[in-house]
Design a protein around this ligand. Structure first.
Ligand code: AMP
Ligand code: MG
Length: 484
């Protein structure tokens, strides 16, 4: 069904394809909506005039106040959080507004986060606050600028309500998020659990068929379409985590409910970019064991994908042993695919003609030992100034001499190619904090400027030197929170 909700033509293919995986739910009223940030480029992609979204009727839509005919839903899912299984998570504070077919013909979810308590809310109040919602907007745009598949924010609207948080009363906000879909590993876990309990695999099969139709239509023609779906999700996620690793991104909360089927990055909670290279880097205040540390991300993803395999087993083969064997074979390909893509990506970052494990390993060890800034290093390498980043430059010199033999003849072209993939501007932690603190206090200027800077991460522009490095004041290690 398509419903014209003033600006969007909203579809509900998810709610219809997998009834039982969502419940109708209406967003809570927002007393005094005020637009804090609007993604004009994304609005245009969705076929909407950004000016219309700024109107009171547009704002109403962005906080979920929709005409009677539109049924917004909260989605059901399960998930492993820090390794512990929760059979019923779901959208505790979010609703799916609907799906929009964008100007390129792609089906995109428009989802509202912070729109009030749903029946899936356990402890929480169903609300969200300005700082964390703007953080999601900012980091999503940075990832998009880096060319990394991601959900993106369409808008952040302050609700006019004050919400209680540990650090006092905070301005409430709703984030409108656009995603290829909100199908997660946890969605499959939920459906698989239902299949196991009821003995009826129809819902699980409908979900898998829906995922195939929406994301991997090529799999429909495969001899074993569900195994092929699995293979494609594994490939998409292997590629995604490689991209994170190559830019020093730490997701922070890689629970199975935050691992998408589409291969987009989702849920920018306690995430941050690493400064000095260290695989043990953790930012999240609650990640005491370092489960989701930078260097653990590929392994954690593989673990999450094993959970997806378990959910899909009944569809892959009626014979459970054969199903396990087939899925295991696919999953066993993950580590190799990751290593190969990381090697290729690192070779490109270093300007090498071909991947070179030894050179890569050596420079990573050097960066770690001398606590060199990960982002600055690659940019300085193409610029010929990397030596200055090392407190003890001799080992770097020895490495650079060996690198010489592995470089292409045309050095100018090499440097230009490196600068197209090695970002100059990432969301530096102190800049993010400054922008969010000011925005929460009512000054949005630093936020908008930072979004502008990180949206074009590779293009050096005058006057932006202050955005290229870690906090000059140093200080305590950066800590992030599962901002709700
Ligand atoms: P997240 O950490 O954002 O991936 O959320 C994990 C789960 O906690 C999801 O089921 C959310 O809907 C739920 N959740 C997070 N914050 C809140 C909140 N303020 N109120 C209700 N549920 C929440
Ligand atoms: Mg989540």
């Amino acid at each position: 069904m398509t419903v014209a909700a003033n600006l969007f033509r909203l579809e509900d293919s998810y709610a219809r394809a997998v009834p039982g995986l969502s419940v109708p739910f209406k967003a809570a009223p927002a007393p005094a909506p005020e637009l804090l940030a609007l993604n004009q480029e994304l609005a245009a992609e969705l076929g909407v005039d950004p000016a219309d979204l700024r109107e009171p009727s547009g704002l109403a839509l962005l906080v979920g106040q929709v005409p009677e005919e539109v049924t917004t839903v909260a989605q059901a899912y399960a998930g492993h959080q820090f390794g512990l299984y929760s059979p019923r998570l779901g959208d505790g504070r979010a609703v799916l507004l609907g799906e929009v077919i964008d100007t390129a013909g792609r089906r995109r979810d428009v989802h509202l986060k912070g729109s009030g308590r749903t029946r899936f809310a356990r402890g929480g109040d169903g609300k969200a606050v300005v700082g964390p919602m703007l953080r999601e907007y900012l980091i999503g745009e940075a990832m998009h600028g880096l060319g990394i598949p991601t959900t993106r924010a369409l808008a952040v609207v302050a609700t006019g309500e004050r919400v209680y948080r540990e650090d006092g009363r905070q301005p409430g906000a709703v984030l409108a998020r656009v995603a290829a879909s909100h199908l997660r590993v946890g969605t499959f876990q939920y459906a698989a659990q239902y299949a196991a309990q009821s003995g009826d695999p129809d819902l699980l099969r409908s979900l898998a068929d829906y995922a195939i139709a929406r994301h991997y239509p090529e799999a429909a023609g495969a001899p074993n379409r569900y195994l092929d779906l699995y293979r494609r999700v594994v490939a998409a996620q292997a590629s995604l985590v490689t991209r994170w690793m190559l830019v020093g991104f730490v997701h922070g909360v890689m629970n199975t409910d935050n691992t998408t089927i589409s291969g987009e990055t989702i849920d920018y909670g306690p995430c941050a970019f690493m400064d000095a290279f260290d695989p043990a880097t953790v930012f999240s205040s609650i990640d005491h064991q370092g489960r989701y540390a930078y260097g653990n991300q590929p392994g954690v993803l593989q673990w999450n994908l094993a959970r997806l395999a378990e959910a899909l087993l009944p569809l892959i083969d009626e014979d459970s042993e054969a199903a396990v064997e087939a899925a295991t074979e696919v999953l066993n390909g993950f580590a190799g695919a990751y290593e190969r893509q990381l090697g290729e990506g690192m070779a490109a970052k270093l300007g090498l003609v071909a991947p070179d494990r030894e050179l890569m390993k050596e420079i990573m060890e050097l960066l770690q030992r001398q606590q060199v800034d990960f982002t600055q290093f690659f940019r300085a390498l193409s610029g010929g100034t990397a030596r200055t980043l090392f407190t003890e430059p001799e080992p770097f010199d020895a490495w650079a001499a060996r690198r010489e033999a592995r470089l292409p003849a045309d050095r100018a072209a090499m440097a230009a190619a490196m600068d197209r993939i090695n970002p100059l501007y990432i969301p530096r932690n102190h800049r993010v904090e400054e922008a969010l603190a000011k925005a929460t206090a009512g000054d949005l200027e630093p936020f908008h400027r930072l979004v502008e800077v990180v949206s074009r991460p590779f293009d050096e522009r005058p006057g932006l030197a202050d955005y290229t490095g870690p906090d000059p004041a140093g200080g305590a290690p950066y800590v992030t929170y599962c901002g709700t």
